[in-house]
Design a protein around this ligand. Structure first.
Ligand SMILES: Cc1cc2nc3c(=O)[nH]c(=O)nc-3n(C[C@H](O)[C@H](O)[C@H](O)COP(=O)(O)OP(=O)(O)OC[C@H]3O[C@@H](n4cnc5c(N)ncnc54)[C@H](O)[C@@H]3O)c2cc1C
Ligand SMILES: *[C@@H]1O[C@H](CO)[C@@H](O)[C@H](O)[C@H]1NC(C)=O
Ligand SMILES: *[C@@H]1O[C@H](CO)[C@@H](O)[C@H](O)[C@H]1NC(C)=O
Ligand SMILES: *[C@@H]1O[C@H](CO)[C@@H](O)[C@H](O)[C@H]1NC(C)=O
Ligand SMILES: *[C@@H]1O[C@H](CO)[C@@H](O)[C@H](O)[C@H]1NC(C)=O
Length: 476
């Protein structure tokens, strides 16, 4: 269904060379599709596959040189062992399993706590060793967590079962969803679960202060049942096998290394885009519908033809930061867990990492450095690790020269992470207004800002809300 015309390319390219893209009128389309999708990450690729299966022609426009977004793999050249630097596990839900099956990617199931290797605990900011609990203490702690899971599931998740489906918040907005999460946890007797919630689905923000809705979103019914049961992972152990299969399936319906020069959604029945790839003439794309599946920050989409309302809503998002990578720490060969000795709920001091988890290759560790804002660089994240290593070396937890000897064979910034708004905005109906954007100006919106930072939730959101509306709109 995709129509490429080199002649039309040539006409359009000459048009571009004379005037700026935005003032060049009536361009002749070089590609016509039913749906153009901006962003080839978790949400955009899933939407593309579902729409293709529904008979629509699709085109994914991705900024980077690979699809898959936060799913990044580092393969150690010596051992050949893949380490999932970003996305690691998927909730065990029907939607997740069906998607893997659709792409022909073999899966297996794991219980992360059962398969977790023993790690030693330290406060990485103070250098305190956290002593292993006695059997009695460990038993009591396990019991407290089990009770908290029961209370959380009975008192909270039963009340907010929609939390795994976007932000379909009922009206009037339950006021307690804007409470600081620790206060909400006290109200519902699940405080003992807060350290687990903070560490397991890292990094949710300050677990004490984030609005309750984000705390619940971070640990909804799907995640809780996988946490106490099993998660789905690709049988290969490499998360990117999902995206390799998707890339094969989508073929030249994906434009990599793309820069969006122009978005025009003023027309009644289509949107028009101009996309630049390196060393190629700009492509003019005419699509009946547009899906924006890139994080909706003004930095990413501020140059689009945003309406006053779109601009107002997207400018309210702020984000926290997350740098993930692999550290090579010579002489260290066991996993370390970062536990805050003096912080509420023993969450690690921020900026800081949640621990150094063995990657499967000697001396190599997965790390995730969290920040409470997006005002940092990758070098800042490396400096955080070196500082932690220096502190840990002083108590003999890592070799003395670790902070000098550490290298980062792979490290990448996952900002903007967790696009959020203030509790005042939540209470004032931000999300209902945000959702009212769906479908207007031939545009649909998806991704973590709309569904939560979890692939299972994103695919729920696509299949439960966005795609049914879009397909209806297209007459599919
Ligand atoms: C380190 C880390 C670990 C995680 N682990 C897990 C996990 O184990 N399990 C899980 O379910 N979830 C995990 N998540 C959450 C996961 O990231 C999200 O579920 C998901 O990737 C978000 O999907 P998305 O489509 O919103 O964004 P992304 O997957 O980030 O995709 C957005 C895409 O849009 C592209 N883009 C951005 N701007 C533009 C533009 N202007 N033009 C074109 N393209 C653009 C980006 O390059 C990117 O490819 C993890 C997240 C991080 C950061
Ligand atoms: C994308 O860019 C990378 C370099 O950044 C290059 O290696 C790759 O071949 C490019 N791919 C396409 C499809 O342009
Ligand atoms: C929480 O626990 C207290 C004390 O055990 C009890 O009185 C209260 O009813 C519980 N609250 C809920 C919501 O279960
Ligand atoms: C790793 O640790 C184990 C157990 O402490 C030890 O037996 C082994 O020698 C160590 N290996 C290396 C390469 O340091
Ligand atoms: C989280 O916020 C609370 C309240 O402001 C603060 O006391 C606590 O130290 C913060 N936690 C961390 C890990 O910084």
């Amino acid at each position: 269904m995709m129509r490429l015309s080199h002649l039309r390319f040539a006409i359009w390219a000459s048009c571009l060379s004379h005037v700026t893209a935005s003032s060049c009128k009536a361009p002749i389309p070089s590609i016509e599709v039913d749906v153009a999708i901006i962003g080839g990450g978790s949400s955009g690729i899933h939407a593309a596959i579902q729409l293709k299966d529904a008979g629509a022609s699709v085109l994914v426009i991705e900024k980077k040189s690979q699809i898959g977004g936060h799913a990044e793999t580092y393969t150690n050249p010596d051992t050949g062992i893949p380490a999932n630097v970003g996305v690691v596990v998927f909730e065990d839900t029907k939607i997740v399993q069906t998607y893997f099956d659709r792409l022909g990617v073999a899966t297996t199931k794991i219980n992360p706590s059962a398969s977790a290797t023993q790690s030693k605990s330290y406060d990485f900011s103070l250098g305190f060793p956290i002593p292993a609990q006695s059997a009695a203490e460990a038993g009591a702690a396990q019991q407290a967590i089990a009770n908290a899971i029961g209370a959380y599931s009975q008192n909270v998740l039963s009340k907010y079962s929609w939390i795994d489906q976007g932000y379909l918040i009922p009206e009037p907005i339950p006021e307690e969803l804007t409470l600081p999460f620790a206060q909400f946890a006290q109200k519902y007797n699940f405080s003992a679960l807060l350290p687990v919630m903070s560490q397991f689905n890292w990094y949710p923000g300050n677990i004490s202060t984030i609005p309750a809705i984000y705390g619940i979103k971070n640990f909804g019914p799907g995640l809780l049942s996988s946490f106490t049961g099993e998660f789905i992972i690709p049988a290969s152990g490499d998360t990117r096998s999902l995206y390799r299969a998707a890339a094969t399936e989508l073929g030249d319906s994906v434009l990599l290394n793309s820069t969006i020069l122009h978005v025009d959604r003023q027309h009644k029945s289509y949107v028009s885009l101009i996309v630049q790839q390196p060393n190629q003439p700009p492509k003019h794309i005419k699509a009946r519908k547009l899906i924006v599946a890139a994080p909706q920050t003004l930095k990413n989409i501020g140059s689009f033809d945003l309406s006053t309302q779109e601009h107002k809503l997207f400018s309210k998002f702020f984000s926290i930061g997350y740098v993930a990578g692999v550290a090579n720490i010579p002489g260290l060969n066991g996993s370390l867990l970062n536990v805050g000795a003096l912080t509420p709920y023993n969450t690690p001091v921020i900026p800081g990492s949640n621990g150094y988890q063995s990657s499967g290759s000697p001396n190599q560790f997965l790390l995730g450095v969290a920040f409470d804002n997006s005002d940092y660089t990758q070098a800042d994240a490396e400096a955080v690790i070196r500082r932690e290593l220096q502190t840990l070396a002083a108590v003999g937890a890592v070799p003395a020269d670790s902070s000098q000897k550490v290298t980062f064979p792979y490290i990448s910034d996952h900002a903007p992470f967790n696009l959020r708004v203030s509790s005042n905005e939540i209470g004032a109906g931000f999300y209902n207004e945000l959702l009212s954007l769906e479908g207007s100006r031939n545009t649909y919106w998806t991704g973590a800002a709309f569904a939560g930072h979890n692939s299972g939730l994103i695919w729920n959101w696509n299949e439960g809300t966005v795609l049914p509306a879009l397909k209806k709109d297209l007459g599919l």
